[in-house]
Design a protein around this ligand. Structure first.
Ligand code: NAD
Length: 502
């Protein structure tokens, strides 16, 4: 561990415990950092930023590639911490860091191309100028992360912010601080010179402290309700933010879709990680011509799956105890409103283990259709045609991602969905493609991580227009002549006056 990477704790500082959601075993105790810790971390980050931004694209790319190397070699170690803190099955825990490696390399390799200085075209009136634009790092980015993908999700912001030349202060979720500490420590091995990536641990109070600590931008990933609170605090100092929030993602199935593949995808996208994915499928709309077959296959497949805390279980426990109450409330509300449970359900919730649940006949205004459930549940509904499927899909206040299963019309249907991301005949594919932006619309948030948009998100556009020689018509002077005014009028009419009304 580098001496400078972590915010040091004092003995009198309050602490919090992290427990394994499956076994209840204590897996760590961490300090709750406060406002003065956050301010000190941001101040240290300023010096680190000067050094890191001065390194240049090539050296930063090299360090990020080395960081990828460390993660790749120590994936098993990291997987064990993820498993302990979140309860997700070990094989899923190891998969997560594997998916982030391409991003590390892509961001490092492409930062210069995306952000570096580029010439901009000039117009006829500014023909005597040379113009250029460059995207400069903002400075210090505060990253507030969730626990559900404690590596992939925060690194989506951290890696792109670092590649753009920023320093980062990272506040991981109070459910996964050990993963955050491990990442910061490993980064310190490849960048030992300065605290370019620092850690703050704690709960909402620490997150709030980071929002008030003078960072140049906050990259928040978490629930929509928390994003509103973060935004309110950021508003006090006009600190900009990226909001990567929750979703209520749909999977729509056309009559000509490969049903076995669509069922397998719906079950995996809905139930993997116990449904605790921002891009988890929670609603399925199926063309009525294939609805009955789809439901039969989905129920059969769901019954083959089992949630548990043992090593054989493909689905782990719910990580946050309070989320079980949300899942229960959504299921009970659906049933009261006429919904039917075909497998799983409230009766099969034991402690923090929720069995895969398939619901049908759930009205569109039920909580299980309108709000993020964040559990291994699917509502499946028949639609008369794909126009209805699109209409129902887009009726949500969320708009994170969606999936389409169709042969002839897959691409067309994707175009009509109001979400930040759509996958066609696949699920969870877009986060694996580093050049694609990741983010949502509506209650799913704003701003983007990943890809060129993700790099620009942590920069500001810096435009420079340089006069190369004296202009033929001097416009920006009190000495402008009547002749110049007449010339301007003539030229602009010639250039822009061809189309007019009347
Ligand atoms: P959460 O909103 O409870 O917490 C997220 C983070 O915010 C945590 O680090 C938490 O300590 C901090 N926080 C809480 N209150 C705060 C406050 N008032 N000020 C500042 N920080 C505060 O979310 P969670 O339970 O950790 O994560 C699950 C949610 O995250 C789900 O809604 C999920 O859909 C969403 N998510 C979104 C994405 C995405 O990319 N869109 C990715 C993963 C998870």
């Amino acid at each position: 561990m580098t001496a400078t990477s972590h915010v040091q704790s004092t003995t009198s500082r309050p602490t919090f415990e992290v427990r394994n959601p499956g076994t209840g075993d204590l897996v760590g105790t961490y300090p709750i950092h406060d406002e003065s810790d956050a301010a000190a971390a941001v101040e240290r980050a300023r010096t680190a930023f000067d050094w890191w931004s001065g390194l240049g694209y090539a050296e930063r790319g090299e360090r990020l590639a080395r960081f990828a190397g460390v993660l790749a070699r120590r994936m098993a170690q990291l997987g064990a911490i993820i498993h302990d803190e979140t309860g997700k099955p070990y094989s899923d825990a190891v998969l997560e860091p594997a998916l982030v490696l391409d991003h590390l390399k892509w961001a490092g390799r492409n930062a210069r191309k995306v952000l570096g200085r580029k010439r901009a075209r000039v117009g006829l009136l500014t023909v005597n100028h040379a113009a250029s634009v460059e995207y400069k790092p903002l400075g210090v980015i505060g990253v507030i992360g969730p626990w559900n993908y404690p590596v992939f999700t925060p690194l989506g912001s951290i890696v792109y912010a670092l590649a753009a030349g920023n320093a980062v202060v990272f506040k991981p979720s109070e459910y996964s601080p050990g993963v955050g500490a491990w990442l910061v420590e490993m980064f310190g091995e490849v960048v030992p010179e300065q605290p370019v990536l620092q850690l703050l641990t704690g709960d909402a109070s620490t997150g709030e402290a980071l929002c008030r600590a003078g960072a140049d931008k906050i990259a928040f990933t978490g629930s929509t309700e928390t994003a509103k609170k973060v935004m309110a605090v950021c508003a006090e100092s006009l600190t900009p933010m990226v909001a990567e929030c929750g979703g209520k993602d749909v999977l729509i199935v056309d009559a000509d879709a490969d049903l076995d593949t669509a069922v397998d995808a719906a079950l995996w996208a809905g139930m993997a990680n116990a449904g605790q994915s921002c891009i988890a499928t929670e609603r399925v709309y199926v063309h009525r011509a294939v609805y009955d077959t789809f439901v039969d296959k989905a129920v059969a497949r769901a019954r083959e799956l089992r949630a548990g805390i043992d090593t054989e279980a493909k689905i782990g426990p719910i990580t946050m105890p309070k989320q079980v109450a949300v899942i229960r409330r959504h299921l009970e509300d659906a049933i009261v409103r006429g919904g039917r449970v075909l497998t799983g359900g409230v009766g099969e919730i034991a402690g923090q283990v929720v069995q895969p649940t398939v619901l049908v006949d759930v009205p569109e205004d039920a909580l299980a259709v309108t709000e993020e459930t964040f559990g291994p549940t699917l509502t499946v509904a028949a639609v008369a045609d794909m126009d209805e499927a699109v209409e129902r899909a887009n009726a949500s206040r969320y708009g994170l991602s969606a999936a389409v299963y169709a042969k002839a019309r897959g691409r067309d249907l994707a175009d009509r969905l109001r979400t930040g991301m759509v996958s066609v005949n696949a699920v969870f594919n877009f986060p694996q493609i580093p050049s694609l932006p990741f983010g949502g619309v509506g209650a799913s948030g704003f701003g983007r991580i990943h890809g060129p948009d993700g790099l620009r998100e942590f920069t500001y556009a810096h435009a420079v227009a340089r006069q190369r020689f004296a202009p033929l018509m001097a416009l920006t002077t009190f000495d402008r002549t009547e002749r110049t005014d007449r010339l301007v009028a003539k030229t602009t009419t010639m250039l822009h006056g061809k189309r007019y009304v009347g």
